[in-house]
Design a protein around this ligand. Structure first.
Ligand SMILES: O=C(O)C[C@H]1C=CC(=O)O1
Length: 96
């Protein structure tokens, strides 16, 4: 199943900067590992914001929840999930 996910990262201004950098480093490793596994299919920065648009390819909504809720930056994210299904006019065979 494909899910469009918007993540808005909101780290408090008084949060320890070294700890924030460490969380971002671990988050990057996790995000890249999930991309290599094919589960995090797209990752786009929203221009001008500390936010991303992502597409996840997972077996069900429980797997999506398990992934996003264990991301290191999850405590600092607002997350919006939109389920996707195949568009009848799509020419891409992997849109499912
Ligand atoms: O930077 C972000 O958008 C938040 C998060 C998502 C992937 C990653 O490396 O960090």
């Amino acid at each position: 199943m494909l899910f469009h996910v918007r993540m808005d990262v909101r780290i408090p201004v008084d949060f320890d900067p070294d700890r924030a950098d460490e969380l971002k480093r671990i988050e990057r490793e996790r995000a890249q590992d999930l991309q290599r596994q094919g589960k995090w299919r797209h990752l786009w920065r929203i221009a001008g914001q500390y936010s991303n648009f992502s597409v996840f390819d997972v077996s069900d909504v429980q797997e999506l929840h398990d992934i996003v809720s264990t991301l290191p930056l999850f405590p600092f994210m607002d997350i919006e999930v939109t389920p996707l299904c195949r568009h009848p006019s799509s020419i891409h065979d992997d849109d499912r």
